[in-house]
Design a protein around this ligand. Sequence first.
Ligand code: HEM
Ligand code: HEM
Length: 255
Amino acid sequence: MNIHPRDAELVGGALLTEPDATEEDARSARRVTAVYVYEWPVRAWHWMNALAILVLCVTGYFIGSPPQIGGWGEASEHFLFGWIRFAHFAAAYIFAAGFLGRLYWAFVGNHHARQMFYLPVWSGRWWKEVLFELKWYAFIEPHPKKYIGHNPLAQVAMFTFITLGSVFMIVTGFALYAEGQQAGGWADALFGWVIPAVGGNSMTLHTLHHFGMWAIVIFVIIHVYAAIREDIMSRQSMVSTMISGHRMFKDDDPD
Ligand code: HEM
Ligand code: HEM
Protein backbone atom coordinates (compact mmCIF):
# COMPACT_ATOMS: atom_id res chain seq x y z
CA MET A 1 0.00 0.00 0.00
CA ASN A 2 1.31 3.46 -0.86
CA ILE A 3 1.67 5.69 2.14
CA HIS A 4 1.84 9.39 1.61
CA PRO A 5 5.12 10.74 3.03
CA ARG A 6 3.14 12.93 5.45
CA ASP A 7 1.29 9.88 6.78
CA ALA A 8 4.46 7.87 7.17
CA GLU A 9 5.92 10.71 9.12
CA LEU A 10 2.80 10.84 11.22
CA VAL A 11 3.02 7.16 12.19
CA GLY A 12 6.65 7.43 13.16
CA GLY A 13 6.40 10.92 14.60
CA ALA A 14 5.06 12.45 17.76
CA LEU A 15 1.55 13.26 16.54
CA LEU A 16 0.16 9.77 17.16
CA THR A 17 1.61 8.92 20.51
CA GLU A 18 0.02 5.49 20.83
CA PRO A 19 2.72 2.93 19.89
CA ASP A 20 0.20 0.62 18.20
CA ALA A 21 -1.16 3.33 15.89
CA THR A 22 -1.58 1.86 12.43
CA GLU A 23 -1.14 3.37 9.00
CA GLU A 24 -4.92 3.40 8.70
CA ASP A 25 -5.15 5.44 11.95
CA ALA A 26 -2.67 7.90 10.55
CA ARG A 27 -4.47 8.26 7.23
CA SER A 28 -7.75 8.68 9.04
CA ALA A 29 -6.34 11.35 11.32
CA ARG A 30 -5.21 13.23 8.24
CA ARG A 31 -8.47 12.92 6.30
CA VAL A 32 -11.44 13.00 8.63
CA THR A 33 -12.51 16.58 9.07
CA ALA A 34 -14.35 18.73 11.54
CA VAL A 35 -16.63 21.66 10.79
CA TYR A 36 -17.17 24.57 13.19
CA VAL A 37 -20.94 24.68 13.53
CA TYR A 38 -22.20 26.16 16.82
CA GLU A 39 -20.61 29.47 17.81
CA TRP A 40 -20.10 30.22 21.50
CA PRO A 41 -23.28 32.30 22.01
CA VAL A 42 -25.36 29.36 20.70
CA ARG A 43 -23.59 26.91 23.01
CA ALA A 44 -23.75 29.25 26.02
CA TRP A 45 -27.45 29.83 25.35
CA HIS A 46 -28.11 26.08 24.98
CA TRP A 47 -26.73 25.14 28.39
CA MET A 48 -28.05 28.22 30.21
CA ASN A 49 -31.47 27.66 28.67
CA ALA A 50 -31.41 23.97 29.68
CA LEU A 51 -30.63 24.99 33.28
CA ALA A 52 -33.35 27.68 33.31
CA ILE A 53 -35.89 25.16 31.98
CA LEU A 54 -34.92 22.65 34.67
CA VAL A 55 -35.57 25.28 37.38
CA LEU A 56 -38.80 26.41 35.67
CA CYS A 57 -40.14 22.85 35.42
CA VAL A 58 -39.37 21.88 39.04
CA THR A 59 -40.65 25.15 40.55
CA GLY A 60 -43.57 25.28 38.08
CA TYR A 61 -44.59 21.76 39.02
CA PHE A 62 -44.70 22.77 42.72
CA ILE A 63 -46.66 25.93 41.87
CA GLY A 64 -49.22 23.75 40.07
CA SER A 65 -49.28 20.99 42.73
CA PRO A 66 -48.24 22.61 46.01
CA PRO A 67 -47.02 20.06 48.56
CA GLN A 68 -48.20 20.10 52.15
CA ILE A 69 -45.43 22.18 53.71
CA GLY A 70 -44.94 24.54 56.60
CA GLY A 71 -46.62 24.05 59.94
CA TRP A 72 -47.37 26.22 62.92
CA GLY A 73 -45.57 29.42 63.72
CA GLU A 74 -44.77 32.85 62.46
CA ALA A 75 -45.61 33.39 58.78
CA SER A 76 -42.27 35.10 58.14
CA GLU A 77 -40.53 31.79 58.94
CA HIS A 78 -42.55 30.03 56.27
CA PHE A 79 -41.44 31.66 53.08
CA LEU A 80 -40.61 28.44 51.18
CA PHE A 81 -43.32 29.03 48.61
CA GLY A 82 -42.15 32.59 48.21
CA TRP A 83 -38.71 31.24 47.31
CA ILE A 84 -40.20 28.73 44.89
CA ARG A 85 -42.06 31.50 43.07
CA PHE A 86 -38.99 33.77 43.26
CA ALA A 87 -36.84 31.02 41.64
CA HIS A 88 -39.52 30.54 38.95
CA PHE A 89 -39.58 34.23 38.13
CA ALA A 90 -35.78 34.65 38.24
CA ALA A 91 -35.34 31.67 35.89
CA ALA A 92 -38.19 33.07 33.76
CA TYR A 93 -36.31 36.34 33.24
CA ILE A 94 -33.15 34.42 32.30
CA PHE A 95 -35.18 32.20 29.95
CA ALA A 96 -36.89 35.17 28.26
CA ALA A 97 -33.73 37.32 27.99
CA GLY A 98 -31.80 34.28 26.71
CA PHE A 99 -34.42 33.66 24.04
CA LEU A 100 -34.23 37.27 22.85
CA GLY A 101 -30.43 37.01 22.78
CA ARG A 102 -30.67 33.75 20.81
CA LEU A 103 -33.07 35.41 18.35
CA TYR A 104 -30.59 38.29 17.90
CA TRP A 105 -27.83 35.73 17.21
CA ALA A 106 -29.95 34.20 14.45
CA PHE A 107 -29.46 37.49 12.59
CA VAL A 108 -25.79 38.11 13.30
CA GLY A 109 -24.44 34.57 13.73
CA ASN A 110 -23.57 31.94 11.13
CA HIS A 111 -26.25 30.23 9.03
CA HIS A 112 -26.50 27.27 11.45
CA ALA A 113 -27.74 29.74 14.07
CA ARG A 114 -30.80 30.39 11.90
CA GLN A 115 -31.86 26.75 11.55
CA MET A 116 -33.91 26.70 14.74
CA PHE A 117 -36.10 29.59 13.58
CA TYR A 118 -37.58 28.29 10.34
CA LEU A 119 -38.69 25.11 8.56
CA PRO A 120 -38.03 24.87 4.79
CA VAL A 121 -41.50 23.39 4.18
CA TRP A 122 -41.32 24.42 0.50
CA SER A 123 -38.45 22.01 -0.16
CA GLY A 124 -39.37 18.51 -1.35
CA ARG A 125 -35.89 17.24 -0.54
CA TRP A 126 -36.22 18.46 3.04
CA TRP A 127 -39.50 16.56 3.52
CA LYS A 128 -37.88 13.43 2.09
CA GLU A 129 -35.10 13.76 4.64
CA VAL A 130 -37.59 14.26 7.49
CA LEU A 131 -39.12 10.93 6.43
CA PHE A 132 -35.69 9.35 6.11
CA GLU A 133 -34.75 10.46 9.64
CA LEU A 134 -38.05 9.12 11.04
CA LYS A 135 -37.17 5.74 9.56
CA TRP A 136 -33.61 5.97 10.86
CA TYR A 137 -34.84 6.74 14.40
CA ALA A 138 -37.36 3.87 14.12
CA PHE A 139 -34.51 1.44 13.24
CA ILE A 140 -36.03 0.84 9.78
CA GLU A 141 -33.30 2.60 7.80
CA PRO A 142 -29.98 0.84 8.40
CA HIS A 143 -27.51 3.48 7.19
CA PRO A 144 -27.62 7.07 8.49
CA LYS A 145 -26.88 10.23 6.50
CA LYS A 146 -24.31 12.87 7.41
CA TYR A 147 -25.49 16.25 8.65
CA ILE A 148 -23.46 19.35 9.42
CA GLY A 149 -26.22 21.28 11.23
CA HIS A 150 -29.35 19.76 12.76
CA ASN A 151 -30.93 16.88 10.91
CA PRO A 152 -34.37 17.85 9.51
CA LEU A 153 -36.32 15.88 12.15
CA ALA A 154 -34.36 17.55 14.96
CA GLN A 155 -35.07 20.86 13.24
CA VAL A 156 -38.84 20.15 13.32
CA ALA A 157 -38.66 19.27 17.03
CA MET A 158 -36.54 22.31 17.95
CA PHE A 159 -38.66 24.74 15.96
CA THR A 160 -41.96 23.40 17.32
CA PHE A 161 -41.12 22.77 20.96
CA ILE A 162 -38.41 25.34 21.65
CA THR A 163 -38.91 28.24 19.22
CA LEU A 164 -42.72 28.23 19.26
CA GLY A 165 -42.78 26.64 22.74
CA SER A 166 -40.60 29.36 24.28
CA VAL A 167 -42.74 32.13 22.78
CA PHE A 168 -45.83 30.39 24.16
CA MET A 169 -44.33 29.99 27.66
CA ILE A 170 -43.05 33.58 27.71
CA VAL A 171 -46.38 35.07 26.59
CA THR A 172 -48.53 32.94 28.92
CA GLY A 173 -45.99 33.22 31.78
CA PHE A 174 -45.69 36.99 31.67
CA ALA A 175 -49.47 37.30 31.36
CA LEU A 176 -49.80 35.34 34.64
CA TYR A 177 -47.02 37.48 36.09
CA ALA A 178 -48.90 40.63 35.02
CA GLU A 179 -51.85 39.45 37.10
CA GLY A 180 -49.60 39.28 40.19
CA GLN A 181 -47.99 42.63 39.38
CA GLN A 182 -51.47 44.11 38.92
CA ALA A 183 -52.75 46.63 36.42
CA GLY A 184 -50.48 49.45 35.29
CA GLY A 185 -47.19 47.52 35.37
CA TRP A 186 -45.05 46.91 32.29
CA ALA A 187 -46.05 43.22 32.12
CA ASP A 188 -49.70 44.28 32.12
CA ALA A 189 -49.00 46.80 29.35
CA LEU A 190 -47.34 44.13 27.19
CA PHE A 191 -49.28 40.99 28.08
CA GLY A 192 -52.51 42.25 29.67
CA TRP A 193 -54.40 41.22 26.52
CA VAL A 194 -53.71 37.50 26.99
CA ILE A 195 -56.18 36.62 29.78
CA PRO A 196 -59.11 38.32 27.97
CA ALA A 197 -58.00 36.45 24.81
CA VAL A 198 -58.46 33.07 26.54
CA GLY A 199 -61.92 33.96 27.79
CA GLY A 200 -61.07 36.22 30.74
CA ASN A 201 -60.32 33.31 33.07
CA SER A 202 -56.81 33.14 34.51
CA MET A 203 -57.34 29.47 35.45
CA THR A 204 -57.51 28.66 31.71
CA LEU A 205 -54.17 30.40 31.25
CA HIS A 206 -52.65 28.50 34.20
CA THR A 207 -53.77 25.25 32.54
CA LEU A 208 -52.37 26.24 29.13
CA HIS A 209 -49.06 27.31 30.71
CA HIS A 210 -49.02 24.00 32.60
CA PHE A 211 -49.64 21.96 29.40
CA GLY A 212 -46.78 23.90 27.83
CA MET A 213 -44.49 22.54 30.53
CA TRP A 214 -45.40 18.94 29.73
CA ALA A 215 -44.80 19.54 26.01
CA ILE A 216 -41.30 20.84 26.84
CA VAL A 217 -40.63 17.96 29.25
CA ILE A 218 -41.53 15.44 26.51
CA PHE A 219 -39.21 17.27 24.08
CA VAL A 220 -36.33 17.23 26.58
CA ILE A 221 -36.65 13.48 27.26
CA ILE A 222 -36.68 12.64 23.53
CA HIS A 223 -33.98 15.23 22.78
CA VAL A 224 -31.49 13.89 25.34
CA TYR A 225 -32.17 10.31 24.20
CA ALA A 226 -31.65 11.33 20.55
CA ALA A 227 -28.47 13.32 21.28
CA ILE A 228 -26.86 10.36 23.06
CA ARG A 229 -28.19 7.78 20.58
CA GLU A 230 -26.91 9.81 17.64
CA ASP A 231 -23.57 10.35 19.33
CA ILE A 232 -23.21 6.55 19.40
CA MET A 233 -24.99 5.50 16.19
CA SER A 234 -24.70 8.36 13.72
CA ARG A 235 -21.71 9.24 11.55
CA GLN A 236 -20.86 12.46 13.37
CA SER A 237 -20.24 13.81 16.86
CA MET A 238 -23.16 15.20 18.87
CA VAL A 239 -22.81 16.02 22.54
CA SER A 240 -19.24 17.33 22.24
CA THR A 241 -20.45 19.48 19.30
CA MET A 242 -22.69 21.39 21.71
CA ILE A 243 -19.67 21.83 24.00
CA SER A 244 -16.83 22.66 21.58
CA GLY A 245 -18.87 23.82 18.59
CA HIS A 246 -17.05 21.43 16.23
CA ARG A 247 -18.83 18.65 14.36
CA MET A 248 -16.48 15.72 13.82
CA PHE A 249 -17.15 13.07 11.20
CA LYS A 250 -16.44 9.40 11.77
CA ASP A 251 -15.86 8.52 8.11
CA ASP A 252 -15.04 10.32 4.90
CA ASP A 253 -17.56 8.61 2.62
CA PRO A 254 -18.73 11.26 0.20
CA ASP A 255 -22.55 11.10 0.72
C1 HEM B 1 -33.82 21.46 29.14
C2 HEM B 1 -32.97 20.75 28.45
C3 HEM B 1 -32.62 21.01 27.01
C4 HEM B 1 -33.22 21.78 26.07
C5 HEM B 1 -34.48 22.61 26.19
C6 HEM B 1 -32.44 21.67 24.85
C7 HEM B 1 -32.73 22.33 23.67
C8 HEM B 1 -31.94 22.31 22.54
C9 HEM B 1 -32.11 23.14 21.38
C10 HEM B 1 -33.20 24.17 21.21
C11 HEM B 1 -31.12 22.86 20.51
C12 HEM B 1 -30.88 23.55 19.17
C13 HEM B 1 -29.82 24.58 19.43
C14 HEM B 1 -29.73 25.67 18.38
O1 HEM B 1 -29.87 25.42 17.18
O2 HEM B 1 -29.53 26.82 18.81
C15 HEM B 1 -30.33 21.81 21.08
C16 HEM B 1 -29.24 21.21 20.49
C17 HEM B 1 -28.52 20.20 21.08
N1 HEM B 1 -28.68 19.71 22.38
FE1 HEM B 1 -30.02 20.26 23.71
N2 HEM B 1 -31.39 20.83 25.08
C18 HEM B 1 -31.46 20.40 26.39
C19 HEM B 1 -30.61 19.56 27.05
C20 HEM B 1 -29.60 18.86 26.43
C21 HEM B 1 -28.74 17.88 27.07
C22 HEM B 1 -28.84 17.44 28.53
C23 HEM B 1 -27.88 17.44 26.11
C24 HEM B 1 -26.78 16.41 26.24
C25 HEM B 1 -27.00 15.15 26.44
C26 HEM B 1 -28.19 18.14 24.89
C27 HEM B 1 -27.53 17.97 23.69
C28 HEM B 1 -27.74 18.70 22.56
C29 HEM B 1 -26.99 18.54 21.34
C30 HEM B 1 -25.89 17.52 21.12
C31 HEM B 1 -27.48 19.46 20.42
C32 HEM B 1 -27.02 19.64 19.00
C33 HEM B 1 -27.80 18.67 18.16
C34 HEM B 1 -27.41 18.74 16.72
O3 HEM B 1 -26.28 19.12 16.44
O4 HEM B 1 -28.26 18.43 15.87
N3 HEM B 1 -29.23 19.00 25.11
N4 HEM B 1 -30.85 21.50 22.34
C1 HEM C 1 -40.08 26.59 30.14
C2 HEM C 1 -40.69 27.59 30.69
C3 HEM C 1 -41.70 27.49 31.81
C4 HEM C 1 -42.22 26.40 32.44
C5 HEM C 1 -41.93 24.94 32.17
C6 HEM C 1 -43.17 26.90 33.42
C7 HEM C 1 -43.96 26.10 34.23
C8 HEM C 1 -44.96 26.55 35.05
C9 HEM C 1 -45.96 25.74 35.70
C10 HEM C 1 -46.09 24.24 35.55
C11 HEM C 1 -46.75 26.56 36.44
C12 HEM C 1 -47.96 26.15 37.28
C13 HEM C 1 -49.23 26.38 36.47
C14 HEM C 1 -50.44 25.94 37.25
O1 HEM C 1 -50.76 24.74 37.18
O2 HEM C 1 -51.06 26.78 37.91
C15 HEM C 1 -46.27 27.89 36.27
C16 HEM C 1 -46.83 29.02 36.87
C17 HEM C 1 -46.41 30.29 36.61
N1 HEM C 1 -45.40 30.67 35.74
FE1 HEM C 1 -44.28 29.48 34.59
N2 HEM C 1 -43.18 28.26 33.38
C18 HEM C 1 -42.30 28.66 32.41
C19 HEM C 1 -42.02 29.95 32.02
C20 HEM C 1 -42.51 31.05 32.65
C21 HEM C 1 -42.19 32.40 32.29
C22 HEM C 1 -41.27 32.83 31.14
C23 HEM C 1 -42.85 33.21 33.14
C24 HEM C 1 -42.79 34.71 33.14
C25 HEM C 1 -42.67 35.42 34.22
C26 HEM C 1 -43.61 32.38 34.04
C27 HEM C 1 -44.46 32.83 35.05
C28 HEM C 1 -45.31 32.04 35.77
C29 HEM C 1 -46.30 32.57 36.70
C30 HEM C 1 -46.54 34.04 37.02
C31 HEM C 1 -46.97 31.47 37.23
C32 HEM C 1 -48.10 31.50 38.25
C33 HEM C 1 -47.50 31.59 39.62
C34 HEM C 1 -48.53 31.44 40.71
O3 HEM C 1 -49.72 31.30 40.42
O4 HEM C 1 -48.12 31.43 41.88
N3 HEM C 1 -43.38 31.06 33.72
N4 HEM C 1 -45.18 27.88 35.41
